[in-house]
Design a protein. Sequence first.
Length: 133
Amino acid sequence: ENWSISEKSVEGEYIISITDPTENAAYVARVWSSQDKMSDDELESLLKMFLNDSLSDFLNFKLGNAAQENGRVGINFTYDSEIDKKSYPMVGYSFIEQEGRIFGLSNLILPKEQYDRKKDLVNKMLNSIKINP
C-alpha cells in the first residue's frame, strides 16, 4: 500500500523502480535491447556481475546459487542493511531473461522479516513477471 513508482531510464534502457513508503523494500525492472543472443551461462554471468557491482559493498552480501526458473536465470541474495546503527537482514531475488532481442532484469529486495511473512505472495508475484516484446 502507498508504494511509489519512479522511472529512471537512460538512453537504450528503460528502468522503473517501485518502493514502499519506508524505502526498505523495492522492485526494480530494467529492459533493453541488443543484437546479441546470450546463452544461459552468459545471462548468469551478466546477472552475477550486475549484482556484485550493485550490492557487494553491503555488509554480509552473499549470492545464492543460480537456477533456471520459468525460462529465465535467477539468483537469490542476502545482505544486511544498516540504518541508525542497527542491522536489518535483507532478502533479494533477481532474474534475467531474453525474449528475442529484448532483455529483462528484475530485482526484488525486502526485509527478511517481511519475506518470511509474505513468502507465498512474493513467489506468486515473481513468477508472474514476463517480458512481452
